[in-house]
Design a protein around this ligand. Structure first.
Ligand code: F6P
Length: 539
């Protein structure tokens, strides 16, 4: 069955939230803390190794109550059930949405078109395991009999961002293989990577759900050409493997059918790192760590499905985000991990969040009359403190932020970790309390400089404190955001699992490419025509 399709603005709870917003918009969080000694405990969810404090938000008990009513009124519970049981909730593409099935236990039964898909998922996982072990142990060798030392993932979007982010995040757990990612069609990207490779000891993993993506196919062809300068055609079977749903196109590329890891149309690209798309992760950190990543995600799936909404982490975070987006009219959200390992996390989330919920047509096919998907951005702390925090603290824009931190450091350098976490805690405290004129005056600041040193405070943050960065906790964290995306998509009454918005640019680029080669000419606006000619004359 399809998802319920209720315009959220027509619900009673939305109307309550509108009226309530007028009452609470100017409240100061520090007053709310002063009045309610229970606030911090009440607005914290402690689950497994996660401690999620959402008390530093511009919410009251009533706000949360009305938001939870909104979740009920739009049928969120039913929507979650329909997603998990494999209903074709991606209606515009006629597909189920089952990244949760990729991390479900082997004895689960999840049916698509009347067929239990779990055995197939398990079989591919088994193949990933066997292949990973053979490469990592050095049993599987290159064309001159040497074990592999390097792995290159060739893919883009969901076939790159997830694996690249996770491999970077889990580098503490990495084995001897060096992993590179090639994504951009910019030839300088692939050529810079090629410079570092020896064809005899490099394994290439081509990841493309469709196997038609311009960037990936171009990079794969360039690499194949380079490889064939030193190896023979038959050697391709040893060095190239692919992950795709398009088995025919992969074989046409020259990859042996035994070297293809299948995936399914019910896995969206941006939710696919849990499938064989994560092969590079498995190769980089070993299969057991990869399995732990999946276990973590599954634990979050169970939490999301079964936990009461009021203590359900993705639900609460999703609702709070709706509160800022639709009532405070905040345009963006920042994600600030206090962990250098999560350097690529915000970039990864950008695809998940913005490709999913950047929609303006509702599930009835009508234009929405309210805001949908938020802009997402961020960089690790403390670097970000020295880059853009000025604007969050004293700028004119409201930027709700998620602060993600780990209580334990992986290398155990306590001195550094204490400094890191003191900054982590200090920033959310500063954003909450700000700095008053009196405090500034007490520091002996000259009167004319005073206004510049005042901090308004009242800036909302969530603090997601996790014990340790491990494959399992990372799996939980990623799944947490995936489910937050779902919650918001359901409430905004949009389809989160298609991405037609990326097609137009692709089509036009193909047309323009033909014009460079003089194969075609088409009409353009004057600006594009000038730019096109400028390129042709100067390339
Ligand atoms: O950018 C659009 C998109 O379709 C993404 O959704 C997807 O992750 C990416 O392209 C790559 O697609 P493929 O895996 O089919 O090469």
């Amino acid at each position: 069955m399809a998802l319920p399709n209720i315009n959220p603005t027509t619900t009673n709870s939305w109307k309550k939230l509108e009226a309530h917003f007028k009452e609470v918009a100017s409240l100061q969080m520090k007053d709310l803390f002063a009045k309610d000694k229970e606030r911090a405990d009440k607005f914290t969810i402690s689950w497994e190794d996660f401690y999620v404090d959402f008390s530093k938000n511009r919410i009251t008990d009533a706000t949360l109550q009305y938001l939870l009513e909104l979740a009920d009124e739009v049928g969120l519970k039913t929507a979650i059930e329909r997603q998990y049981q494999g209903d074709k909730i991606n209606k515009t593409e006629g597909r189920a949405v089952l990244h949760t099935a990729l991390r479900a236990p082997a004895d689960a039964i999840i049916t698509v078109d009347g067929k239990n898909i779990v055995p197939e998922v398990q079989a591919v996982k088994e193949d990933v395991k066997t292949f990973t072990n053979a490469v990592v142990n050095g049993e599987r060798k290159g064309y001159t009999g040497k074990p592999f030392t390097h792995v290159v993932n060739i893919g883009i979007g969901g076939s790159d961002l997830g694996p690249a982010m996770v491999v970077d995040a889990l580098q503490f757990y990495k084995n001897q293989l060096t992993t590179y990612f090639v994504s951009n069609v910019d030839g300088d990207h692939v050529n810079e990577v090629i410079k570092k490779l020896n064809p005899e000891t490099t394994l290439f993993v081509i990841v493309s759900k469709t196997f038609t993506t311009q960037e990936t196919i171009s990079n794969a062809n360039t690499i194949k050409k380079w490889f064939l300068q030193s190896a023979n055609k038959e050697d391709i079977a040893k060095h190239f493997v692919a992950v795709s749903t398009n088995l025919e196109a992969v074989q046409n590329f020259g990859i042996h059918k035994d070297n293809i890891f299948p995936m399914w149309d019910w896995v969206g690209g941006r939710f696919s790192l849990w499938s064989a798309v994560g092969l590079s992760i498995s190769l980089a950190v070993g299969y057991d760590n990869y399995e732990s990543l999946l276990t973590g995600a599954h634990k979050m799936d169970v939490h999301f499905k079964n936990e009461d909404f009021k203590s359900n982490i993705p639900v609460v975070l999703g609702l709070i985000s709706i509160w800022y987006n639709n009532f405070f009219k905040a345009e963006s959200e920042a994600v600030i991990p206090y962990a250098q390992y999560l350097n690529q996390f915000a970039t990864y989330l950008q695809q998940g969040i913005m490709e999913s919920n950047g929609k303006s047509i509702d599930r009835n096919g009508d234009p929405v009359n309210y805001q949908t998907g938020t802009l997402i951005w961020g960089e690790p702390g403390t670097n970000s403190q020295h880059a853009f925090f000025q604007l969050i603290h004293q700028g004119t824009k409201l930027i709700p932020a998620d602060f993600i931190g780990f209580t334990q450091s992986l290398h155990g350098n306590q001195d550094h970790h204490d400094k890191l976490i003191s900054n982590f805690l200090a920033q959310t405290e500063a954003l909450l309390n700000g700095k008053t004129e009196t405090q500034v005056a007490e520091e002996g600041t000259k009167e004319d400089i005073m206004p510049f040193k005042v901090f308004g405070g009242n800036k909302p943050t969530n603090t997601i404190f996790i014990n340790k960065l491990s494959p399992e906790s990372l799996g939980k964290l990623i799944a947490m955001y995936e489910h937050k995306i779902f919650v918001q998509g359901v409430i905004w009454n949009i389809f989160s699992y298609d991405q037609f918005g990326v097609e137009l640019g692709k089509q036009l680029a193909n047309k323009i490419l033909k014009e460079f080669n003089g194969e075609e000419s088409s009409t353009h606006d004057a600006s594009t025509l000038n730019l096109l000619n400028h390129y042709k004359n100067n390339r």
